[in-house]
Design a protein around this ligand. Sequence first.
Ligand code: ADP
Length: 273
Amino acid sequence: MTDKQNRPRVAITIKPGAKLRLRDIDPRPQPALDKETAKQRTKANAVAIDELQDRLFAENKRVLLVVLQGTDTSGKDGTIRSVFNTAGPLGVHVTSFRVPSAEELAHDFLWRVHKAVPAKGLIGIFNRSHYEDVLVVKVKKLAPTELIEERYEQINQFEKHLHANGTSIVKFMLHISKEEQKKRLLERLANPKKQWKFNPADLEDRKLWDAYHAAYEIMLERCSTPWAPWHVIPADDNWLRNWAISEIVRDKLEEMNPQYPRLTGQAAQVKID
Ligand code: ADP
């Protein structure tokens, strides 16, 4: 078990209504733990998350929903691999939200999201999420401003509804610097194994960096709630990002404390010859 009292804190948990400027948050802080220790703890946390997931599945009453948001190259996929691969495909349900299809656009913006919330007993991971509807949609003006304005409260109510029905929610905004993104985009271009990830459209988004930051700041201010808090994760160092997220996910599952059901009644008396 990690010593919770003494461990360094790098994630910034947003208090409801708190204003912040992302440029004031260091994407590469110097925590009081070294890279090797952080990697070991991330592995230990992944094992603990696997065990807790097994209990969650056996209990079959609740869901943990993990929301990952961040600009291109911020490491959403890498986080999933590092923190949740040990828990494996049986217990983890990943949904990537892309540009909505014609069918999705024909419904309200939460329609596809609600459908993607997994069944009881599972950990759901949203790789991008309903927050795209107040991020890219706001920055690129894909919907009328008045509609977007109403979405923050609609999202809070939606998440409150999920929470009241047994879904615990943790939300992570992966915070990288513009310089680090440049480095990662150049790496993609140079590495034959990564070139497939390069999308010229990402460069268009990069030009809108400040507008995205402004949209993220409003989202963090309005949609961090007691039932579904936002955590800003310094993400220029992958190892620090993975460690910080794995700690919060593990904490949340430990707080949920799922229990293996006990056999009762006749089943408990059964004799096997
Ligand atoms: P990723 O970048 O997450 O690895 P993609 O390259 O497929 O995956 O990008 C998904 C794209 O879909 C992103 O540009 C994102 O902004 C866009 N997207 C997701 N949800 C929406 C939405 N509701 N409206 C418009 N675009 C969206």
